[in-house]
Design a protein around this ligand. Structure first.
Ligand SMILES: Nc1nc2c(ncn2[C@@H]2O[C@H](COP(=O)(O)OP(=O)(O)OP(=O)(O)O)[C@@H](O)[C@H]2O)c(=O)[nH]1
Length: 680
């Protein structure tokens, strides 16, 4: 039976990692007497356990080396965290039996992946893997080699980096363990450290401890209050009840008082339990250090009272090996599934990408396809008013937006020239009539007077249609550009040229509409004509009130209600002669009736003009302009136009990279599939 987490969550804290069903094949036992210097021995009874776990651990290490995490796949990892100088490196040293850079101040500046592997040869083999290379080293040189490699990765200052450094230690008797040592947490930057060093380190730590697949090895110094430790604060953020947190208490030798109480009280909720250790001090050998540790926990008046299952580096090693086996067994089936899913998704996404074009024929066909599809889309949106392609984008519901704009335009025109019904009522008409006096019979209304008023009114509103066509074409330009950009998004060059063609075409459209508006206004100014019977109807209705109006003037009324116009103030008109008042009233009513016709014409023709131009633009001119821009100016260079855009090329490269990485990862796991299937 393999190591499983079947009871995960239902058993008490530590029991999960040491349930009795695992006892028959329990992790390597500690045989200090045989080889004092080593942590875990590889006697036959446990080697079968190791033989089974080792390939799985190797596979996980290979996946880590391939950096499968880049694809969002988390690996089961033992992550070592602790406040600065809490003794992290010392613990790792003790487990590996080698010297790491140690001391006060920040030593670990990059994530250090430490891969311990037992091997049978008497000579240890050490190597560092970083920046794509493997550098062999030795026990004597390891400390310096790590410092040099760290400098290469993170620079020689005090800065830190997310890029990991891997240390492989193959040594007889070490536990098969892979752990990640992270920079110690510091609140106050030391000389040469960036001001935001805390945030930087916290970022790295959170990145490693957040995944559910991570086991947090929280290194706490015996001489501090655990509740004040930053590393506890952080691990509690991601593992509130400590279910995946194991505490190692270092420096038991320097603060033995109250240690038993501290680890028993468990104020900081450590789900996987505590192991108290004493690391190597000064120039001690590892052999001496283990001996000192064993003696300390055996003989010290206070420390000897701590349960033996909670003290010493060998116990820590044993626990870690066990925990590691369990999380690997638990996580691997999920990892296999995720790799397969992501691989399939990347392959199908790559297939969906536009194919790379190799011949001029292919390029031409693609180009025509793009222009054709853009034309069809625009036809739907602008001409037919269908918006099924852009259901959620209201800006692309062109017909509705154009009607809104037209209504707004009509309102603006009507509002701009509302009649002055207050004290100046008819004053303008009277003045114009005065200026239009001529040698002719007095009861003829001079046409020049009517035209003078008409021209002034037309002139005054002329800016409204000019602004309106500008606004409408700018809107249509946005719609066209959006469709062209979208349709040619895979071909950067083509996109540039179609957009350019689009802009120059829109300039032409604006120019054409401006000219049209100017012409319309000239016509309106020159001629007062309509065949619309509404004009005469309205005028007659208004004129029917003329006599009443004159009576009101004569009787010196201050206001008069003209049906079809509203209440007007007439006190200012009492002094004028009757003859001029009759003419002014007639002139005013003619203009009132005619102005309605003019405004209606300005709105109706505008709608017809825009619809006509947009239809021509989409059905004919746009295609011509794009072909002229792309083929005409760049004779035969269509293949060049259809080179992939940098974004598409980058996406293709990324997908190819992902597929390569995931395929390699899949291969790594293929060799151990049978073991995963039987759950170790
Ligand atoms: N007395 C005693 N000193 C220890 C013990 N463990 C570590 N030390 C000392 O504590 C200091 C800090 O230890 P390191 O292992 O460098 O601590 P660290 O957490 O890796 O440090 P940074 O990576 O800089 O955060 C060193 O001087 C060690 O010798 C221990 O169990 N007992």
């Amino acid at each position: 039976m393999g190591v499983t987490l079947k009871h995960y969550g239902s058993v008490k804290k530590e029991e999960r990692w040491s349930s009795s069903e695992n006892q028959a094949e329990s992790p390597p036992q500690i045989t200090e007497e045989k080889n004092q210097e080593l942590v875990v021995s590889h006697v036959p009874i446990v080697s079968s356990f190791n033989d089974r776990i080792r390939p799985l651990l190797d596979a996980v290490d290979k996946l880590r080396h391939l950096q499968v995490m880049k694809e969002g796949i988390q690996l089961p990892t033992i992550v070592v965290v602790g406040d600065q100088s809490s003794g992290k490196s010392s613990v790792l040293e003790s487990l590996a039996g080698i010297s790491l850079p140690r001391g006060q101040g920040i030593c670990t500046r990059v994530p250090l992946i430490m891969r311990l592997q037992h091997h049978t040869a008497p000579e240890p083999e050490l190597s560092l893997e970083f920046s794509g290379k493997t550098v062999p080293t030795s026990e004597a040189e390891i400390s310096e080699a790590i410092t040099l490699a760290t400098d290469e990765i993170a620079g020689s200052g005090k800065g830190i980096s997310h890029t990991p450094l891997t240390l492989v230690v193959r040594k007889k008797g070490v536990p098969d363990l892979t752990m990640v040592d992270l920079p110690g947490i510091t609140r106050v930057p030391v000389h040469g450290q960036p001001d935001n060093i805390y945030e930087q380190i916290a970022d790295i730590i959170m990145e490693y401890i957040r995944p559910e697949e991570s086991i947090i090895l929280n290194v706490l110094s015996a001489n501090v209050d655990f509740t004040t430790c930053e590393s506890i604060r952080m691990s509690q953020k991601v593992d509130k009840n400590g279910e995946r947190t194991l505490a190692v208490v270092t420096k038991a030798d320097s603060a033995p008082e109250g240690l038993l109480e501290k680890v028993t009280a468990d104020d900081v909720s450590i789900g996987l339990g505590y192991v108290c250790v004493r690391n190597r001090i000064g120039n001690e050998s590892y052999k001496e250090a283990r001996k000192e540790e064993a003696d300390l926990f055996e003989t010290h008046a206070l420390l000897s009272r701590i349960d033996k299952s909670m003290v010493g580096i060998p116990v820590l090693a044993q626990k870690l090996v066990h925990i590691q086996a369990t999380i690997i067994a638990r996580c691997l089936p999920d990892i296999v599934r995720k790799i397969n899913e992501k691989l399939a998704a990347s392959i199908s996404e790559l297939k969906r990408m536009p194919k790379t074009l190799s011949t001029a024929g292919e390029a031409l066909a693609t180009f025509m396809g793009i222009v054709g599809s853009a034309k069809e889309s625009l036809n739907k949106i602008i001409v037919r008013g269908e918006y099924d392609e852009y259901l959620d984008d209201q800006n692309m519901h062109c017909a509705a937006r154009l009607v809104e704009m037209l209504n707004q335009y009509s309102r603006e025109l009507h509002k701009f020239y509302e009649d002055d019904l207050t004290e100046n009522f008819m004053i303008n008409e009277i003045q114009v009539l005065e200026e239009s006096k001529g040698i002719h019979l007095p009861n003829f209304l001079p046409r020049t007077a009517f035209l003078a008023i008409l021209q002034k009114k037309v002139e005054e509103v002329s800016h409204i249609p000019v602004d309106f066509v500008e606004k409408v074409w700018t809107y249509i330009e946005g719609v066209i550009m959006s469709v062209l950009t979208h349709r040619s998004e895979n071909y950067h060059q083509l996109q540039l040229f179609t957009r350019r063609a689009g802009y120059s075409l829109m300039e032409k459209m604006k120019e054409r509409s401006r000219n049209w508006v100017t012409e319309i206004f000239q016509m309106e100014k020159l001629t007062d004509y309509t065949s619309d019977p509404a004009y005469l109807n309205d005028w007659n209705k208004l004129m029917a009130q003329q006599q009443e109006f004159m009576d009101a003037l004569e009787n010196e009324f201050t206001v008069f209600q003209i049906e079809g116009l509203g209440e007007v103030a007439i006190a200012g008109l009492w002094t004028y002669e009757k003859a001029i008042m009759l003419q002014a009233f007639d002139l005013k009513m003619r203009m009132t009736a005619y102005w309605k016709i003019v405004l209606r014409r300005l709105v109706d023709f505008m709608a017809l003009h825009l619809q006509f131009c947009a239809r021509n633009l989409v059905n004919k001119e746009m295609e011509e302009e794009i072909v002229k821009e792309v083929v005409g100016r760049h004779d035969g260079a269509i293949e060049g136009m259809l080179e992939e855009s940098p974004a598409v090329a980058a996406k293709r490269e990324k997908l190819n990279g992902s597929i390569k990485l995931l395929s390699e990862s899949k291969n790594v796991l293929a060799n151990i599939m049978d073991r995963i299937a039987t759950n170790v």
